[in-house]
Design a protein around this ligand. Structure first.
Ligand SMILES: [Zn+2]
Length: 353
């Protein structure tokens, strides 16, 4: 509003100036000189106005680039000393969906932001989006977190496999590899995860654990992200490997009903249900053999979760046939569609209950 008013006052002022200049020259110059002078004055004024308009546009673009909106209901902001190390620690503040922040330094997976008048801290980069790209993203919708399993370089540092646990495992295992295609598991999981996102993003707020492979995010950290932003569903995408080249088929994994980790034990029914929804829709869409759901308390990525979680093992990369099939572009569309449909079916089942 203020801008429109300023523009109006400026326009009036310029019109007055143009008028005065024309009048002045009309009174004191010869007739042929008058016409040239008039044209020159108008041109000068036009170029000034044009320049002013361009300046204004630039200012608007700059404002948009700095403005970012929070996409999820709860977004914890951490001090630098807490990111990656201990996302269980208390955040500096929890931002709400739709709040505006300024991006100071974009990082992967954490970015430095400014919030409020003077606050600064780190947030999960995928949970904020520039205002220009935002569109419908801040509308209240269910949050789905998709984890493309593994990453380019495994991390052999250890972390506890569950809350309060002394038993440890590698922070991120390096994953399996295609027997025929030599494609690595982290490449396949990211390909499929991005296609699943594409299929869900019009109806849900989809947050990705990773969009690139050059990251270092532990299994616990992936789970903590889903917990901290209160995901409705957390789906971890993997592919299987075996020493037996004949082994084939897909399966889903959840915890046992007797898990010693209270946070997942409480969610057993939901985790089992989510696993069933995803594996059923996936095998129906792809015709890949359906193996039994595995119940295990040995997965850090499940044990740390306090939101509904499943792991989908999409097929055996160590089986030459399944490996090749999973690299077929059209087949990948079916794989992604199966997972997306499974997630939708699970969310629908919650609404019926
Ligand atoms: Zn895996």
């Amino acid at each position: 509003m203020k801008k429109i008013l300023t523009a109006f006052i400026f326009s009036v002022l310029i019109m007055a100036l143009v008028g005065e200049a024309i009048l002045f020259r009309y009174l004191y110059l010869k007739e042929e000189e008058r016409e040239t002078a008039k044209a020159e004055t108008v041109m000068e004024m036009e170029s000034i106005i044009k320049q002013m308009e361009e300046d204004e546009k630039e200012v608007e673009i700059e404002e948009n680039e700095n403005g970012y909106l929070v996409l999820v209901d709860e977004l914890p902001v951490y001090a630098e000393s807490d990111i990656s190390v201990n996302t269980e620690s208390s955040p500096l503040i929890v931002l709400k969906r739709g709040e505006e922040v300024t991006l100071s330094n974009e990082g992967n997976p954490y970015s430095l932001i400014q919030y409020g008048e003077t606050g600064i801290g780190y947030v999960w980069s995928d949970c904020i989006r520039s205002k220009r790209e935002c569109g419908q993203f801040t509308v209240t919708r269910d949050v789905i977190v998709i984890d493309a399993g593994h990453q380019e370089k495994g991390n052999s540092e250890k972390e506890p496999i569950g809350p309060g646990e002394t038993k440890t495992k590698d922070k991120t295992a390096s994953g399996t590899q295609g027997k025929a295609t030599e494609v690595l598991e982290y490449e396949l999981t990211l390909d499929i995860a991005l296609q699943v996102e594409e299929m869900l993003k019009d109806d849900y707020t989809v947050i990705m654990v990773r969009r690139t492979s050059d990251v270092n995010i532990s299994n616990k950290e992936r789970a903590m992200l889903a917990n901290n932003i209160k995901a409705k569903v957390f789906v971890r995408i993997h592919a299987d490997g075996s020493e037996n080249p004949e082994a084939r088929g897909a399966m889903a994994i959840c915890n046992t009903p007797n898990s010693k980790y209270e946070n997942v034990r409480a969610n057993y029914e939901q985790n089992r249900k989510l696993s069933e929804c995803v594996i059923d829709a996936y095998t129906k869409e792809t015709d890949i053999k359906k193996n039994d759901i595995r119940e295990s308390d040995d997965y850090a990525g499940i044990n740390w979760c306090s939101v509904p979680v499943t792991i989908i093992e999409m097929g055996f990369m160590t089986n030459r046939e399944e490996d090749k099939l999973m690299q077929d572009t059209e087949f990948q569309q079916k794989m992604a569609k199966g997972i997306a449909t499974g997630i939708k079916n699970y969310i629908k089942s919650l609404q019926i209950e």
